[in-house]
Design a protein around this ligand. Structure first.
Ligand code: PLP
Length: 437
């Protein structure tokens, strides 16, 4: 199949590159990991994106998971339109904030109190500040391959050897900050025990994606989250679930409802804003009451609880409460995951599918993929070729091996079948291009 012609998109991107760093406002959009000319999108509807040349793409990025109902869902669009006429920002409390907060808390009972912010980065950054303020400790433990936004404390990587203090993963992050973050491998409880032995009474919090989705999808192994809950309780550290992706994605109550673990704090984002910039952090009342103005831990935001965004969230969540919403979404995703796994077997490419609910990743390695070290075994050159072959067939998956593919309620069974055939064809082109050894 011929590649889609995108002359106007390319021209717009060249213009963007002159004024926007890398032509983008978030690095992954520049397609550096896969090559080729980045998409320039003008319109989206349902499960489809339309580029500046009028080409249509079946979208499995779904704004990185935010668009669980699909794009431009009529009830979300209507709510935004109505609210716009009432004003777009008040700089004061509106009734919409408590309304959305109550809906969130009734779905996620570990959240007794919460605060809205405008991005997932802000939510996780605020949650660890709060954890440090509450415990009067400084160290944060995170897992290699988990992403918690771009604040300084999270841009650290594992130092040499297991359970050592972190080193900066980006210029501009002082080593002094990076040292306060400890990186350990996902799904390895032994490493966590060791960290607590080494840094007893120093650790404020353990933060984890309860279903990892930023190294590709990696489910927690049985006992892993339970073990984190146990050790944090025993050692007086807080357990923070970063459910910015998994919240309202894996289930109405998030991953914590599936694995039946109560974290002390939870961060949410993406879905709760219905495609507008909203995120939140919340949890135990006693901890949340440390936040200003009740408590001394400072955190604020000019556009926080933005009424337009609250309305988009309020128009989105009721659809998720519909009985069988998640069963239907997950069974479509399971069909996709099984179909792609079947294509892998038929074509004979070394690859492995991980899936949790409506999150799916095709790793170009043998598997199993249980942590970041495993994920990094993937052949990213092959992934790039696969990505391009899929895009040529009008199917847009995330332009990086280390991301999830998101199925939305707007994807139809026919879309899923078309995606499976396209993946079979695309896998075949890989072998034609570079025969497996
Ligand atoms: C996307 C994401 C974030 C960051 O959210 P932004 O809104 O991009 O700042 C944090 N944590 C997880 C798990 C995410 O997937």
């Amino acid at each position: 199949m011929a590649s889609k012609s995108r002359p106007r998109s390319a021209e717009i991107f060249r213009r963007s590159e002159k004024i926007l760093v890398g032509g983008v406002d978030s690095p992954v959009r520049a397609f550096r990991a896969v090559g080729g000319s980045p998409l320039v999108i003008e319109r989206a509807e349902g499960a489809r994106l339309f580029d500046a040349d009028g080409n249509e793409y079946l979208d499995y990025v779904c704004s990185w998971g935010a668009m669980i109902l699909g794009h431009a869902h009529p009830s979300v669009t209507k709510a935004i339109r109505e609210q716009a006429a009432y004003g777009t920002s008040y700089g004061m409390t509106s009734p919409l904030e408590s309304e959305l907060a109550e809906q969130i808390a009734s779905a996620v009972p570990s959240i007794e109190m919460m605060r809205f912010v405008s991005s997932g980065t802000e939510a996780t950054m605020s949650a660890i500040r709060l954890a440090r303020g509450f415990t009067k400790r400084d160290l944060i433990v995170k897992f290699e391959g988990c992403y918690h936004g771009h604040s300084d404390s999270f841009l650290s990587e594992a130092g040499s050897g297991l359970a050592t203090l972190g080193i900066s993963a980006s210029p501009g992050v002082p080593e002094a900050f990076a040292k306060l973050t400890i990186n350990v491998p996902y799904n390895k409880l032994g490493a966590i025990e060791k960290v607590f032995e080494l840094h007893k009474r120093g650790i404020a919090a353990v933060i984890v994606e309860p279903v990892a989705a930023n190294m590709g999808v990696v489910p927690p192994e049985p006992g892993f989250l339970e073990g984190l809950r146990e050790v944090t309780l025993r050692e007086g550290a807080l357990l923070i679930f970063d459910e910015v992706i998994s919240g309202f994605r894996t289930a109405l109550g998030g991953a914590q409802s599936i694995y039946k673990i109560q974290p002390d704090l939870t961060t949410l984002g993406k879905i709760i804003g219905g495609g507008l910039p909203v995120a939140a952090y919340g949890g135990r009342r006693e901890i949340m009451q440390m936040v200003a103005p009740i408590g001394p831990v400072y955190q604020a935001g000019t556009l926080s609880g933005n009424p337009l965004a609250m309305r988009a969230g309020l128009a989105t969540l009721p659809h998720l409460w519909v009985p069988r919403f998640y069963d239907e979404l997950n069974s479509k995703a399971a069909r996709l995951a099984d179909g792609v796994a079947g294509a892998i077997r038929d074509v004979g490419v070394p690859a492995h599918v991980n899936a949790v609910g409506s999150l799916v990743t095709l790793f170009f390695c043998e598997g199993p993929v249980r942590n970041y070290d495993d994920a990094k075994q993937s052949d990213t050159t092959r992934f790039a070729a696969f990505f391009t072959a899929m895009l040529d067939r009008g199917i847009f998956i995330a332009p990086s091996q280390y991301e999830a593919l998101f199925v939305s309620a707007a994807h139809t069974d026919a879309d899923i079948e078309r995606t499976i055939s396209a993946s079979r064809e695309s896998l075949r082109t890989l072998l034609a291009a570079a025969p497996a050894d």
